[in-house]
Design a protein around this ligand. Structure first.
Ligand code: AMP
Length: 207
């Protein structure tokens, strides 16, 4: 059986996984982590409950570890989620896996007062987990700079399409640097998802 160590994960992450009680990688983790650590774009078809959050969070954290942190934090990873519940869950996972790391994350979503989010943005962060509408809103107000993003994750992309976020996704993509690693996860492998992948991903590994 493959271990997390054999997948190439670094020591601080292995420690966090032991604390979480994860013994072996799930199938989506086993398939997605190696190409992601190599810097490839990945299209992952996986349902909730398969361990897909760790499949993208661990390689993103590892890549961010490898680079010396700058004097001032800047958003280097952007994770988009269709709903606030999912965004909060993703934030919880990043918190668990990065306890020992000097990386800060923030979760933002709509339907709540923006002021606490704006204050947190001003303090600086490395990883932003967001729903599309509030993200664009705060970008428009000048509180968020996405020009340094190196990792772009679209989680539950099929639900984002179902919820009518396609125009938001296209707008967000235009705000990101051309040179970046993109990860897209979807529960379905529909024609729409393949079309979206064709516009968002660069020669992706499909898992
Ligand atoms: P997800 O599909 O990302 O929502 O993850 C579903 C649940 O599985 C979460 O509660 C994770 O903490 C847990 N999980 C993820 N990967 C593993 C693993 N390798 N071993 C045990 N539990 C895991």
């Amino acid at each position: 059986m493959t271990t997390f160590r054999e997948l190439g994960l670094a020591e601080p992450l292995l420690k966090a996984l032991t604390v979480e009680g994860y013994e072996v990688p799930t199938p989506v983790q086993e398939l997605a982590i190696p190409p992601l650590l190599e810097g490839k774009d990945v299209l992952g078809v996986a349902q909730t409950g398969t361990g897909k959050t760790a499949a993208f969070a661990l390689p993103v954290l590892q890549a961010m570890l490898a680079e010396r942190s700058q004097a001032k934090r800047k958003i280097r990873a952007l994770v988009l989620s269709p709903t606030r519940e999912l965004a909060a869950q993703i934030g919880d996972r990043f918190a668990a896996y990065s306890k020992e790391l000097d990386l800060r994350h923030l979760v933002i979503f709509g339907g709540v007062n923006q002021n606490p989010q704006v204050r947190a943005l001003r303090r600086g962060l490395d990883i932003l987990v967001a729903t599309p509408g509030r993200l664009l809103d705060l970008v428009g107000q000048g509180y968020i700079d996405l020009t340094e993003v190196e990792f772009f994750v679209l989680d539950e992309a099929d639900r984002m399409l179902d919820m009518g976020f396609i125009h938001d996704l296209n707008r967000i993509q235009k705000l990101l640097p051309r040179q970046k690693q993109t990860l897209m996860f979807s529960a379905t492998y529909s024609r729409e998802i393949r079309q979206l992948a064709a516009t968002m991903l660069h020669t992706p590994t499909e898992v």
